[in-house]
Ligand binder design. Structure first.
Ligand SMILES: Cc1cc2nc3c(=O)[nH]c(=O)nc-3n(C[C@H](O)[C@H](O)[C@H](O)COP(=O)(O)OP(=O)(O)OC[C@H]3O[C@@H](n4cnc5c(N)ncnc54)[C@H](O)[C@@H]3O)c2cc1C
Length: 474
């Protein structure tokens, strides 16, 4: 296989782009192909602005027949493809590639079927997560995966990143919610990988392989997802701690005690203050850390779960434990946590990391983050899905700091952070993906043999390296 470094490789421009664009114009409606430089700008990068390149063009297909035709045309022209949902990803996975065609799925946004008998929903990839949740909620049903970006991110992007979110601790990640995928291969073939069967072990598990592959193995054009009966309204608890260690201990104690709350989220003091500055929630700004714990068990079971959580927080040394007064207050608190990254961005340039460690090691990881910040003289606001062992230490560059100097320190601090993660048996990315931004660490974490297997799979499914080349495997 030719190893492309697409951002730099002039080979990608070898086919006449004009010939491809002519073909694409014949496939797509007139307003479904963007070539104007100004209109291409929003597609330069995803949520991680450090990786940005202007694509050759952006196609906005409306059905899978158009996707197949686009892929066939790109295949003939040797032009690579970047699939894209809402562009909220934080690994550079949907950033443009020079000379490549970005395919945005935002116009393939129909909910195709809600099947009450099988508790499934079938969707096109461009459906926004929150729209799907609302549509099934209107029928008394619940779609669990809920990345904090759920008001804008798409199901296709969630599938391609195997997105997590705020209730994975109880309901699992996106992969756990998938029963069927329709994909279009690099060669332009439509293939179905599952069905509505809850149990199905016919052949190799191709579906879990595609989920989380960040558009490097196939394009997802349809999905059938699991639903649940709508759970009971949540009971919400907020606990403040005098030290970050104490908050980490409370998380570890809840896990060891077998508690499975629907939400178990952490924010450190820097993040609490940032969120409170923006949203004025009246949070305890003097606490070193805060936990948000929620139960969606009905009635007495929910109260018992919250009491057990409260006891674990008190035993770990919580300085204050509160219950949300009503569902509106609970919504505000949850929303405050969801907007933690935006609140840090309001302070200055922010770089969110996405580390994961075995849950018993959360206290050690929190200490290591503090050590890295002190040793490298960087500001880190930490928040995240502590119940999953998934934290988002976020480097923040204050307005007065020269960005180049800060970036140098952040680069060194990031390496130290990843070393600490790997020493604790963790992962350098728990839900955002390797994308374009963490490739150097894939080999360190997985080892040569595992990465060689990944390369063999990539070669088998995309022999010409046309699907999101240079992403994940580099
Ligand atoms: C404020 C904020 C909060 C966030 N919170 C969370 C969180 O809690 N949990 C979490 O997991 N992530 C979170 N994210 C990251 C991001 O929202 C998720 O990764 C999300 O799944 C991306 O969806 P998207 O539609 O924006 O995809 P994009 O960013 O457009 O694409 C993501 C990847 O999927 C590929 N892709 C997109 N569509 C397809 C398709 N149809 N077929 C094949 N490949 C495709 C792209 O090539 C890219 O590699 C957050 C981001 C922000 C900005």
């Amino acid at each position: 296989m030719r190893e492309h470094t697409p951002e730099r490789d002039p080979e990608f421009s070898k086919a006449s782009p004009e010939a491809l664009l002519r073909e694409l114009r014949a496939i797509l409606a007139p307003d479904s192909l963007i070539t104007d430089e100004e209109l291409l700008r929003p597609y330069e990068c995803d949520g991680l602005s450090a990786y940005r390149r202007l694509p050759l063009a952006v196609a906005l297909p409306e059905d899978e027949a158009q996707v197949v035709a686009i892929l066939a045309a790109c295949h003939r022209a040797g032009v690579p493809i970047v699939p894209r949902g809402a562009g909220t990803g934080l690994s550079g996975g949907a950033a443009g590639i020079e000379g490549a065609l970005t395919i945005s799925f935002t116009r393939m946004n129909r909910i195709l079927e809600i099947d009450h008998g099988n508790l499934t929903v079938s969707v096109q990839p461009g459906v926004v997560n929150a729209d799907l949740k609302a549509a099934v909620a209107a029928e008394g049903l619940f779609y669990a995966p809920d990345p904090a970006s759920y008001e804008s991110c798409t199901i296709g992007g969630n599938l391609a990143t195997n997105a997590g979110g705020l209730c994975c601790v109880k309901y699992g990640v996106t992969r756990d919610a998938v029963l069927d995928l329709e994909i279009v291969t690099a060669a332009g073939k439509i293939v179905r990988l599952g069905g509505k069967n809850v149990k199905d072990v016919a052949g190799y598990g191709l579906m879990p392989l595609i989920v989380g592959s960040q558009g490097t193995l196939a394009l997802i054009t349809e999905a059938t997802l699991r639903l649940r009966a709508a759970p009971a309204p949540r009971t919400t608890l907020l606990a403040f701690f005098p030290t970050v260690d104490a908050a980490g201990d409370a998380v570890a104690a809840m896990t060891a005690g077998g508690l499975v709350p629907v939400t178990l989220e952490l924010m450190d003091q820097f993040t609490v203050r940032a969120v409170d500055d923006v949203h004025h929630l009246g949070l305890d700004r003097d606490a070193a850390a805060m936990l948000l714990v929620e139960s969606d068990l009905p009635g007495p079971a929910g109260l018992a779960e919250m009491e057990a959580a409260e006891a674990a927080c008190q035993a770990a040394g919580a300085s204050m434990v509160l219950r949300a007064a009503d569902p509106v207050e609970a919504d505000w608190l949850r929303q405050g946590r969801r907007l933690a990254y935006r609140a840090l961005e309001a302070i200055g340039a922010a770089r969110m990391e996405d580390i994961g460690v075995p849950r018993s090691r959360i206290p050690e990881m929190l200490r290591a983050i503090g050590d890295v910040a002190a040793a490298h003289n960087v500001t880190i606001g930490t928040f995240g899905h502590a119940g999953d062992g998934n934290l988002h230490p976020t480097f923040v560059v204050g307005p007065g700091e020269p960005e180049a100097v800060a970036l140098e320190r952040i680069t060194a601090a990031k390496a130290a952070l990843y070393e600490a993660v790997l020493a604790l048996g963790g992962t350098v990315t728990a839900e955002h993906g390797i994308g374009a931004s963490r490739q150097a660490w894939l080999l360190r974490q997985r080892g040569e043999d595992a990465v060689a297997m990944m390369r063999a799979i990539k070669r088998a499914l995309d022999p010409d390296n046309l699907l999101n080349p240079g992403r994940v495997l580099g």
